[in-house]
Structure formats: C-alpha cells, structure tokens
Design a protein around this ligand. Structure first.
Ligand code: BEZ
Ligand code: FE
Length: 289
C-alpha cells in the first residue's frame, strides 16, 4: 500500500515536535515545538523547493556576515517582517491610559551622555533645532520624578552617530525628569531616513518593491523604579512617510505636531536662534509593575 504524502509529512512534523518533549524548561519546549509546527506548515504550504531553502540559508549566512556590534542585520530583518512590532503588540496590554510602545531599532546605545534639563542632545549632529518637552506621570496622573529619559535620533543626513566611523556620540543623550515629572531638552527636528539597505535586508526590500524609508521620528526609552520600561518614538505630524514606515512602527497616539518657528522667535529658554526651530510636546504615561 502506498502511503499518502500528507501523512508522511505530518508524521515527520510530529516526530520533530516530540523530540522536544524531553526539554526540562517548559517554556523552551513550548516555543520550540510551536516553531517546528509553524515552520513545517510554512514549508508544506509553499511547497518550498530545495533551491529556495538554499537561497534562504544563503540569505541568513549573508546577514550573519554583515552583522557587527553596530550593524545588526537580524534586527533589521525582524523589523521589516513586522516581527518586532508584533512582539511589541503581544507584550502590551493595550491599555489606553499609558503611552504606547514601538520598535527599539538597532541604534540604541547603553551609555549615552547625560544632559541637564533644557540641555541639547545634538552634540554636534547637524539639523534644525527642536525643543521637546513634557511630563512623565503614572496612569493616575502622579508625577514620576527622576524618571530616566533616553533619547536618540538620526541627523539631517539620515545617519545615526554609530553609523559614522569617528566613534563620537551625537544625537543622543539621557536626562532625568524633575520633581514634578517635567522634562525638556533640545533635539533636532526628525527627518525621514532609510534603514541600512546595503545588505541582504535591503536586497529583500528591493526585490519586494518596498521602500527602506522610516517615517521621521525621535526615539525615547523611559525607565523608573517600579514601572514597566517604555520604548517608543514620537513621529512628526504631516510627515509623508507615516503610512509607509518600512518597519511598521507608526502608531497614531505617537504622532505629534512639531510646530515650526521663524528665526529670531524667542525660544522657551529665552534664546534667539539664527535659523528656524521647531517645538513638540510629549507627555509620557508609565505603567506600574
Ligand atoms: C530606527 O528607528 O532607528 C530603526 C528601526 C528599525 C530598523 C532600523 C532603524
Ligand atoms: Fe530611528
């Protein structure tokens, strides 16, 4: 009697799933068994050829080769496939009262320079100055004094400091909220930029006819004892890229007007700048643990 091919395929899947039954760590077992089930279903659904699987292995190998301490191709892959945002979504309780999260991206640096309240994160990065201020509160509206606010962004040429070879930190800093939970700093008006697209992920986007551009944004990571860390951005209202962000990171609640002011208009810290500048407000609400 000839065996039905489906049965043979299913038997193989069952065998591989069962091979993880002995794992001591329950979560590891569950995740690996789900991975095997879904990966096998993908191969079956697409009737994947050996040449296609070979190409996929080559793609992953090339992604490994291009990855360094400052260039993480696998993060980019996760981002352009929407897996990073889906992971954010399944880990967020979807409470309207707290600020929404979005992707971390590959350009966060652990030890950024500290600035005073009202200081400047630019550190030499080029761009139009932007005054950003707001508060950090809990979901009951109580201030979170001393909350640590990390901010980082690309310069006017669409480059993060770590993408230059000079080792200088620029366009990033951290500061601490005051006793009332208030914060304020100078940054650069965010501009659109492409995710690094000179590697395998760039080729993948090209092949798909997709743009590598990210909607203009400023990154935030906000932490305080007793609260869930918040990793998010603010996006620029009116930015043409809001509907086509290459990593699917835009959320409506994170879009803010960046109001433009003419050269010479007094700034909130009573200065008169030679060029135009913008201002944006962002009140941050953290979720208690
Ligand atoms: C970023 O916003 O820095 C970023 C996010 C995902 C991929 C590449 C860059
Ligand atoms: Fe970014």
């Amino acid at each position: 009697m000839t065996e039905m091919p489906e049965t043979t395929e299913q038997e193989l899947t069952d065998q591989v799933v069962a091979s993880f039954d002995t794992a001591k760590d329950e979560r590891f077992r569950d995740v690996m068994q789900a991975l095997v089930r879904h990966a096998h279903a993908f191969v079956r659904e697409t009737r994947l050829t050996e040449a296609e699987w070979g190409a996929a292995i080559e793609f992953l190998t090339a992604s490994g080769h291009i990855t360094t301490d400052t260039r993480q191709e696998f993060v980019l892959l996760s981002d352009v496939l929407g897996i990073s945002m889906l992971t954010v979504a399944v880990n967020e309780p979807g409470l309207a009262e707290s600020t929404e999260s979005t992707v971390l991206g590959p350009f966060f640096v652990q030890d950024s320079p500290e600035i005073e309240l009202g200081g400047d994160i630019a550190g030499g990065a080029k761009g139009e100055p932007s005054w950003v201020d707001g508060t950090v509160t809990d979901t009951d509206g109580n201030p979170v004094p001393g909350a640590r606010i990390e901010v980082w962004e690309a310069d006017d040429d669409g480059m993060y400091d770590v993408q230059y070879d000079d080792g200088a930190l620029a366009g990033r800093a951290h500061l601490f909220a005051d006793a009332e939970g208030g914060y304020r700093f100078w940054a650069l008006t965010p501009t659109p930029y492409p995710i690094p697209d000179d590697g395998p992920v760039g080729l993948l986007l090209q092949h798909a006819g997709r743009s590598p551009m990210r909607a203009s944004h400023l990154h935030f990571k906000v932490t305080a004892p007793g609260f869930h860390p918040l990793i998010t951005h603010i996006f620029v209202a009116g930015d043409p890229g809001l509907d086509s962000d290459s990593v699917f990171g835009v959320k409506k609640s994170l879009i803010r007007p960046f109001d433009r002011h003419r050269a010479g208009t007094p700034t909130p810290d009573s200065r008169r700048l030679e060029g135009s500048w913008t201002s944006a407000g962002f009140d941050i609400v953290l979720r208690k643990k």
